[in-house]
Design a protein around this ligand. Structure first.
Ligand SMILES: CC(=O)SCCNC(=O)CCNC(=O)[C@H](O)C(C)(C)COP(=O)(O)OP(=O)(O)OC[C@H]1O[C@@H](n2cnc3c(N)ncnc32)[C@H](O)[C@@H]1OP(=O)(O)O
Length: 129
């Protein structure tokens, strides 16, 4: 799993309990998956179709730095299936896991569009082609 993005937990990210608000974390995960999929599928019209159950294993506190990891499970026809793990950068403790996130690339009419991708591509390799 590659951990692409770090986030710094700020006062506005906390719940009334004083720990990281779950909704904020899901927003970060969704955005991370969208950005990752847009780049991989080379389609800016890529949406979240499905998220499996989530498992909050531990929390984070103000000032913590967390990192969001993504792994490709499968390239489908129009879809890209990912899994995600978020961990505390300092303690390496797992905060959340999401086993299955399905992103779908759309065409101009908002219908699923075949992407023709079968493996992860790195931007640096695209540039050298
Ligand atoms: C980043 C964001 O926040 S985006 C905002 C939130 N997301 C949205 O608004 C999306 C709203 N949903 C939609 O517009 C539609 O459901 C669409 C266009 C994404 C998909 O429409 P569908 O009629 O379900 O398309 P279809 O049945 O062809 O499925 C498309 C792909 O999704 C997969 N899929 C569909 N439903 C599910 C599901 N419940 N679980 C897992 N995968 C699914 C299919 O297997 C298919 O994959 P493939 O192309 O690799 O074979």
């Amino acid at each position: 799993m590659r951990f692409h993005t770090r986030k710094w937990v700020k006062p506005e990210d906390l719940n009334p309990n004083g720990t990281l608000f779950g909704g904020r974390l899901l927003e970060w995960i969704d955005e991370e998956c969208a950005l990752y999929s847009i780049v991989q599928l080379e389609n800016p019209k890529t949406v979240t179709k499905y998220m499996s159950e989530i498992d909050f294993k531990s929390s984070a506190h103000q000032g913590d730095i967390i990192e969001i990891g993504i792994e490709v499970v499968k390239f489908g026809t129009a879809s890209l299936t990912l899994n995600c793990e978020v961990r505390n950068k300092m303690t390496r403790e797992k905060i959340i896991t999401v086993d299955k996130i399905v992103m779908v690339g759309l065409d101009e009419e908002g219908k699923p569009k075949a992407h023709g991708k079968t493996q992860i591509e790195f931007v640096k390799d695209r540039l050298s082609n």
